[in-house]
Design a protein around this ligand. Structure first.
Ligand code: SF4
Ligand code: SF4
Length: 56
């Protein structure tokens, strides 16, 4: 399963810069992950200051 970003996201953008497959984009008030593109590497979870991304 792809990673998902919870409502804890503060839209800092750090995860999008780290994603190796550019699966993360800015959504409505928070960032979102394209489930079809995510390869579940966990990099986004590693850099997020609020722990918003998690494996589904
Ligand atoms: Fe990108 Fe990896 Fe996060 Fe998936 S788990 S969105 S591939 S950084
Ligand atoms: Fe949101 Fe965390 Fe990504 Fe920042 S690093 S945009 S807080 S999910």
């Amino acid at each position: 399963m792809a990673y998902k970003i919870s409502d804890e996201c503060i839209a800092c953008g750090a995860c999008a810069a780290e994603c190796p497959v550019s699966a993360i984009s800015e959504g409505d008030g928070k960032y979102v992950i394209d489930a079809d593109t995510c390869i579940e590497c966990g990099a986004c979870a590693g850099v997020c200051p609020v722990g918003a991304p998690s494996a589904d």
